[in-house]
Write a protein that binds this ligand. Structure first.
Ligand code: SF4
Length: 366
């Protein structure tokens, strides 16, 4: 169980959008018991893998010049994608949309060997921004397939990360989408069976899926280390800490961000009376505040902090100006930039990301 600490934080200067009604009007329309205040979850927002991937595109634009092609959204966040587009990134769905010989960045979610091969067929120059923690799962899939294990990959079919991991060992892998599928999936060799997972799932739901799988296949093996990553776990622990005290939880994150969507589910499961996901502060509906004293706020692992600050500023406009940060874990993980970018930085004498491409923060992150 994570320990938590709380600290009062000072609010930034309010930015647009402004409240549509005054705090007095809101208070009159929806009286609440107790002081209106915000519980701000920590950790929240950018993880090390997202920061690395976004900086990889920023540095590619800086050193190779626009356009830089990116296969799929570099990370699942509308604001990040639109900001990089404005700087000259072109997001495509598949390699065949990239001109022959051009530069393409693979997203943080990872790619299958087939995607790498198709890039080579088109003579594309590539930068692989796959998160190292996704690469770890790929390597596990390759290793266990080589040892002739049958792999049950717990994850959401159609998600880019699952497509990439599945593609490492398609003949040995079946996808298990949820606990109910654990009750019906058939395997050919229950004695040589291992489960792996997508990195951004609900920890609790995944453990339920494993429990039900193991009830049917007692020899099911666990992965060598947790596949659900530290950032997903920490953000879920933080929202679990504040949800029981929150009348309303607002999760900042995009609709296609798996870990952001999971945070809404976890908030409701752990006692929040209501929980909503928004990309931007402008999507917050003032009707959500009726009867609400305590608002919990968090953000997914691909969300720049600036978007959270906009939500806090809006909440302050509505009378929720007192903000208490609840911290359940400290994070200090950094990943080196992709090797192709590190080589380019070295060649250009660019040490802005530290010796050897150790990263700091992307320009978009705050
Ligand atoms: S959420 Fe986890 S796996 Fe995904 S990019 Fe961040 S650190 Fe990597």
């Amino acid at each position: 169980m994570a320990t938590s600490s709380t600290v009062q934080v000072s609010l930034p200067m309010p930015k647009i959008p402004r409240a549509r009604r005054s705090p007095a009007d809101i208070a009159a329309a929806a009286p609440v018991t107790g002081e209106r205040h915000v519980l701000l979850a920590a950790p929240r927002g950018y993880c090390a893998g997202v920061d690395r991937a976004v900086i990889a595109v920023e540095k590619a634009l800086e050193h190779y010049g626009a356009p830089v092609y990116v296969r799929k959204q570099i990370v699942h966040n509308l604001h990040v994608v639109s900001t990089l587009e404005a700087r000259g990134a072109i997001f495509v769905e598949e390699n065949d949309e990239v001109p022959e010989g051009a530069l393409v960045v693979f997203s943080a979610h990872g790619v299958s060997p087939a995607v790498v091969a198709s890039a080579a067929d088109r003579n594309l120059r590539t930068i692989d921004a796959t998160c190292p923690l996704v690469t770890k799962v790929h390597k596990e899939a390759v290793r266990f397939a080589r040892e002739d294990y049958e792999i049950l990959l717990i994850g959401h079919e159609g998600h880019e990360e699952v497509e990439g991991t599945f593609g490492e060992a398609p003949d040995h892998t079946q996808i298990v989408n949820n606990p109910d599928e654990a009750d019906i999936i058939e395997v050919s060799n229950p004695d040589k069976l291992i489960w792996l997972s997508q990195t951004t799932l609900s920890v609790d739901e995944t453990m339920e899926t494993v429990r039900r799988l193991r009830a049917r296949f007692p020899k099911l093996q666990d992965p060598p280390s947790d596949d659900i990553c530290y950032a997903t776990t920490n953000r879920q622990d933080a929202i679990k800490a504040i949800s029981p005290k929150s009348d309303l939880v607002i999760v900042v994150g995009s609709a296609n961000s798996s870990n952001s969507v999971r945070l809404v589910e976890v908030a409701l499961e752990y006692g929040a009376k209501a929980a909503y996901r928004v990309d931007y502060a402008s999507e917050v509906d003032e009707a959500w505040f009726e009867g609400v004293a305590t608002v919990g706020v968090t953000s997914g692992a691909s969300v720049p902090e600036v978007l959270v600050r906009d939500v806090l500023a809006l909440l302050a406009d509505y009378g929720y100006g007192s903000v208490e940060e609840v911290t359940t874990a400290q994070e200090d993980i950094l990943f080196s930039l992709p090797k192709e970018i590190r080589a380019k930085l070295k060649e250009a004498g660019d040490d802005s990301r530290g010796p050897g491409g150790r990263i700091t923060k992307s320009d978009i992150s705050s």
